[in-house]
Design a protein around this ligand. Structure first.
Ligand code: PEP
Length: 251
């Protein structure tokens, strides 16, 4: 059984008081939810604050990125060891906004993933094709490359906390969600790839999240797909009522 994960990627949004309010509302709105994991990923400056507010809550705190080294002369970077130290359990890596806007390569993402694992932080590796790649029938080629390079050299024993997020770039922040069938098709292929690469145990236990305009109105049909194990949610995770409904999906 794979426990669903509902993760909110806040991106570069909210200020301190808004963080406090959203987390207070969210904590109340998801109280009693025990059969699924809930994660919020605020911007770096608010991670420690979020961890403190959520200390007695089952809601986990994650980061949106991390450095590829544990310490040293990397001005402006944040070590996964620091993230762990302030209370994070997970880190999003390879988000398409970082790939596209900041030029992150598969090789850099791989280095970050290795470093996160070394620090004891569970990575959420994002993969996904652009609209152009989908239209050129290259969806699987792109995702396979991102998986192969992102997880290069990883041993099955190191995948215990690994989560994959399938996020078609054309669906992120656009309101144009992938259909449940489109999501399921790619998730199934990712799971088969995991089986070939790591074996049936890892394939059966690894959570694969869908991300791309998930909202309170479409979460149920997406979560009804057998290989969709949760959601990585951007915009809708900034509104407590919407995110709580997503967390309380009915499939
Ligand atoms: C995301 O940023 O990971 C995302 C899926 O955003 P949105 O839900 O707003 O499309």
């Amino acid at each position: 059984m794979r426990r669903p994960i509902l993760a909110g990627n806040w991106k570069m949004n909210l200020l301190r008081r808004e963080v406090e309010r959203l987390l207070d509302e969210l904590r109340a709105a998801v109280a009693g939810v025990a059969d699924r994991e809930v994660l919020v990923c605020p911007p770096f400056p608010y991670l420690a604050q979020a961890a403190a507010i959520l200390e007695a809550s089952p809601i986990q705190v994650g980061a949106q990125d991390c450095c590829w080294e544990l310490r040293g002369a990397f001005t402006g970077e944040v070590s996964p060891a620091m993230l762990k130290d302030v209370g994070c359990t997970r880190v999003i890596l390879g988000h398409s906004e970082r790939r596209q806007l900041l030029g992150e390569t598969d090789e850099r993402i791989h280095a970050k993933l290795r470093c996160a694992v070394k620090a004891g932080l569970n990575p959420i590796l994002c993969v996904g094709e652009t609209l152009e790649e989908r239209q050129a029938d290259r969806t699987w080629d792109v995702i396979r490359r991102q998986l192969e390079r992102g997880l290069l050299g990883l041993e099955a024993a190191e995948t215990a906390g690994l989560v994959i997020a399938y996020e078609p770039v054309w669906a992120i922040g656009t309101g144009q969600t992938a259909t449940p069938a489109q999501a399921q098709h790619v998730h199934r292929r990712i799971r088969s790839w995991l089986e070939k690469r790591f074996g049936p145990g890892v394939s059966a236990s690894t959570r694969i999240l869908y991300g791309g305009s998930v909202n309170a109105g479409n979460v149920d049909v997406l979560m009804a797909e057998p290989d969709v194990d949760g959601g990585l949610v951007g915009g809708a995770s900034l509104r407590a009522a919407d995110f709580a409904r997503i967390v309380r999906f009915e499939a």
